[in-house]
Design a protein around this ligand. Structure first.
Ligand code: ATP
Ligand code: MG
Ligand code: MG
Length: 545
């Protein structure tokens, strides 16, 4: 494999280092807003930021961007930390909260007011939009833009003291109402909001905007590279303006394209809607693109990191095929998951030449290429189950599994010949009567999996398909929403017959069920002696790769 080429962010960092732009080590951060669970798009940002810190022997912070009291909760703060840690991104002792900077941010706001760079404005939201103008039309100055420093300081102090109702006034940066960049037309720095904050309680009745908070938080923490998604590109001049006017350490903002995946949605608002309206069982439903969901599906941190590495970073928005994510976990589990046998749709087979209580001990490797994973004993009995699909009464020539009069190999046991097909009144095949031949050396084309009927364990198995039935669920026709694109067949629950050795699993183990895919013992629903299996991914993708 040829070494991966440097992406545009690495190139920018290399150039800065060569030019001695920062007098400190590379320092990145992941800045989630604690208003939902993380999704695979966030995983990309986490891998990117923590990966750069590792590569350049720098530092990586986890910072909660918790400036919006209305939508944020401790539950999200906890789950986000757990997911970031699970992904293997280590922030060590560098866990921060933007809300810890509220005092400093306020002090800086006072400084900007004193310098004549910020003012208190009494326009309401609608008026402010009207004054702001459009892309093609310059804005107009707010009638409050000319307030004196003294008046502004007084009003700001009273906003902070909670004297005014929600939305009555804002603090705005005084920049340029004619700027071609609408973000520079006197953006809001503070809003009045009498709301309880999950960390600062009722201390504050004004809250800083994203634009006024983000760069300064980066600056306080000594971040060098503030890596964010493309929609912030035209906020960068504002990011730079605040750092420059305040004369503080000035990180470099670099934008990259956000990750979009086929057959799913990635906005927290939509994911929340799926949960609240019970289209899924929760944030950790294995069909969700959340880290929680992927974890419960059986994805490994390695596979998600490998996926993020493989898709790379770009400056152009694009949508990545879900197949790539599935391939990443398939590859990792192919290497690491022990093999077991399970039958999803059982068809009974009777080996007529074995005695009622006769047993034959078979030894199967846990992994065909990895002897170090050991072996296990599997017992063959007179009655067993095979997959309904593995028998065909009127089989085409190329069908190498079991057919009347035909032979097939039972994995690890021997060869059986189908002598008789038993049917019920409706013509449904209910049983096959076969002869067993322990001689392995005979040549037969097909090998199938099986489990002993009296010894098998009944286990619930969940098979998943895409949560949405179209590649781009967000593109819904007039009058429809993404919800109309939900796939009604995204979950199938079966009672399977599995190897009895699986009875001891506690939840959290990963296996390949031979010929069926990779399965994960559900860590929540599995009970002692009753494992529940979620299919992580099939063995091959739909293209038979
Ligand atoms: P959403 O739009 O899903 O609500 P967000 O960007 O508002 O996401 P944040 O909690 O603010 O969510 O995101 C934290 C970080 O993760 C930000 O730096 C953001 O740029 C990054 N991020 C969010 N979504 C993606 C994505 N799909 N691909 C890459 N990075 C993302
Ligand atoms: Mg955000
Ligand atoms: Mg958002």
């Amino acid at each position: 494999e040829k070494p991966a080429s440097r992406n545009f962010i690495q190139q920018a960092i290399d150039a800065d280092r060569a030019a001695g732009r920062f007098d400190r080590r590379v320092h990145t951060r992941f800045p989630p807003e604690p208003n939902g669970y993380l999704h695979i798009g966030h995983a990309k940002a986490i891998c990117l930021n923590s990966g750069l810190a590792r590569e350049y022997q720098g530092k990586f912070n986890l910072r909660f961007d918790d400036t919006n009291p209305a939508k944020e909760e401790q539950e999200y703060v906890d789950s986000i930390q757990d997911d970031v840690r699970w992904l293997g991104a280590d922030w060590q002792d560098r866990l921060f909260f933007a809300s810890d900077y509220f005092d400093q941010l306020y002090a800086w706001a006072v400084k900007l007011v004193e310098a004549g760079k910020a003012y208190v404005c009494d326009l309401d939201g609608e008026q402010m939009r009207a004054y702001r103008g459009t892309l093609t039309e310059p804005g107009r100055d707010s009638p409050f833009r000319g307030r004196t420093v003294k008046e502004n300081l007084d009003l700001l102090a009273r906003m902070k003291a909670g004297e005014f109702p929600d939305g009555a006034r804002t603090l705005r940066a005084k920049i340029d109402m004619a700027s071609p960049n609408v973000n520079l037309r006197d953006p809001v720095m503070y809003r009045i909001k009498h709301a309880h904050h999950h960390r600062t309680g009722d201390t504050w009745s004004i809250y800083p905007s994203y634009d006024y908070t983000h760069g300064q938080s980066d600056s306080i923490e000594g971040i060098t590279y503030s890596i964010c998604t493309l929609e912030f590109e035209n906020h960068r001049p504002l990011y730079d303006w605040f750092c420059k006017e305040l004369g503080i350490h000035h990180p470099r903002q670099i934008e990259f394209a956000r990750l979009n995946l086929t057959y799913t949605v990635m906005s927290k608002r939509k994911l929340l809607q799926l949960v609240q309206e019970k289209h899924v069982a929760g944030w950790d439903d294995p069909r969700m693109p959340t880290i929680r969901g992927l974890r419960r599906r059986g994805y490994t941190p390695d596979s998600i990191r490998a996926f993020c590495e493989r898709i790379g970073v770009a400056r152009q928005d694009s949508t990545i095929e879900m197949l790539w994510l599935e391939d990443a976990v398939r590859e990792h589990l192919n290497d690491t998951a022990p093999r077991r046998m399970a039958v999803l749709r059982p068809l009974k087979v009777v080996l007529t030449n074995l005695g009622e209580t006769e047993t034959i001990d078979c030894t199967l490797p846990n992994h065909p290429q990895k002897p170090e994973l050991g072996e296990r004993a599997v017992t063959l009995t007179r009655e067993l189950y095979i997959e309904q699909d593995d028998f065909m009464e009127e089989a085409p020539k190329k069908f190498f599994r079991l057919k009347p009069g035909g032979d097939v190999r039972l994995r690890g046991a021997g060869i059986i010949t189908c002598d008789e097909v038993v049917k019920d009144k409706s013509g449904e095949v209910t049983e096959l009567r076969c002869t067993f031949d322990p001689d392995h050396s005979r040549k037969v084309k097909g090998t199938i999996h099986w489990v002993s009927a009296p010894l098998a364990l009944d286990a619930q198995v969940r098979l998943y398909d895409h949560l949405f039935k179209v590649e781009n669920p967000d593109a819904a026709p007039e009058g429809k929403t993404f919800l109309d694109n939900l796939n009604p067949e995204s979950l199938e629950t079966l009672t399977a017959k599995v190897e009895p050795s699986l009875a001891k699993e506690q939840g959290g183990e990963r296996f390949q069920f031979e010929r069926l895919g990779y399965f994960y013992t559900d860590p929540i629903d599995s009970k002692p002696g009753h494992p529940v299996f979620n299919r992580t991914v099939t063995l091959r993708d739909a293209w038979g790769k």
